[in-house]
Design a protein around this ligand. Structure first.
Ligand SMILES: C[S@@+](CC[C@H](N)C(=O)[O-])C[C@H]1O[C@@H](n2cnc3c(N)ncnc32)[C@H](O)[C@@H]1O
Length: 225
């Protein structure tokens, strides 16, 4: 990602979360989705909510008995998470950080949730984030990911389409947002790159849901798309 694109993406998310903070309360957690991880985790497991936003799922993870850690690029989002943790009186942690270069030691987490985070990274970012998730997960840890197809956004709005399949909005309310619809080839490659596919589904709206288990020792090379 160029520095300019990087800055506009960060600005987009800060602006989005500031607006959200002004106009809405916390939205409901994706409990049905998150429950898909639960049978694969021990009680008190450490679970990273990557690209956590205001932390609705970090809080849910903490409520159902895990140690939830939310990480997001947006300072505004993480501030909201800190407030929400305090208000909801649940233990958990929020951190500002970048999914492409995680501030955690190798093999720190038993589970990682990446709910509509990987589809906001470009091709290189996706590869870097998957490598980082593989590194910070303990061997046999699980990753639950969702990625959109964004067909509803491809209707001639002002966008720039990049060679790696990512789309950047150049005007309108989504100005600065980068999306990259999931790519079947890259996702089916994960099975050959140290991930066991436990679940591979499409939602009625065309988003991909995958539950993956990390098979190899942490720190080995994983997906490059
Ligand atoms: C569509 S929102 C999803 C929020 C949350 N996962 C949820 O389901 O409520 C995408 C989130 O990813 C964050 N994000 C985008 N790029 C990121 C990166 N490189 N590292 C960490 N977070 C990032 C954004 O700030 C935003 O909060």
């Amino acid at each position: 990602m160029t520095m300019e694109l990087e800055a506009s993406s960060r600005h987009y998310w800060d602006r989005t979360w500031s607006r959200f903070l002004r106009h809405q309360g916390m939205i409901a957690p994706s409990s049905k989705l998150v429950q898909q991880m639960i049978p694969h985790l021990q009680r008190h497991a450490r679970v990273l909510d990557l690209g956590c936003g205001e932390g609705r799922n970090t809080i849910y993870l903490s409520r159902v008995g895990f140690h939830g850690v939310g990480l997001d690029l947006s300072r505004k989002a993480v501030k909201m998470l800190a407030n929400n943790l305090f208000e909801e009186e649940v233990r958990g942690q929020g951190m500002v950080g970048d999914a492409r270069c995680l501030p955690f030691r190798t093999a720190t987490f038993d589970g990682v949730l990446a709910h509509h985070l990987l589809d906001h990274l470009d091709g290189q970012g996706f590869a870097a984030a998957m490598a980082e998730v593989g590194r910070v997960l303990k061997p046999r840890g699980v990753l639950l990911l969702t990625m959109g197809n964004f067909v509803h956004l491809r209707d001639g709005r002002e966008v720039t389409c990049r060679d790696d399949g990512s789309i950047v909005f150049t005007s309108g309310p989504n100005k600065g947002m980068l999306v990259r619809p999931y790519q079947d080839a890259a996702l089916s490659d994960l099975g050959r790159q140290g991930w066991q596919v436990l679940k591979d589904e499409l939602t009625p709206r065309g988003s991909k849901i995958m539950l993956l288990r990390r098979l190899e020792a942490a720190g080995t090379d994983v997906a490059r798309s």
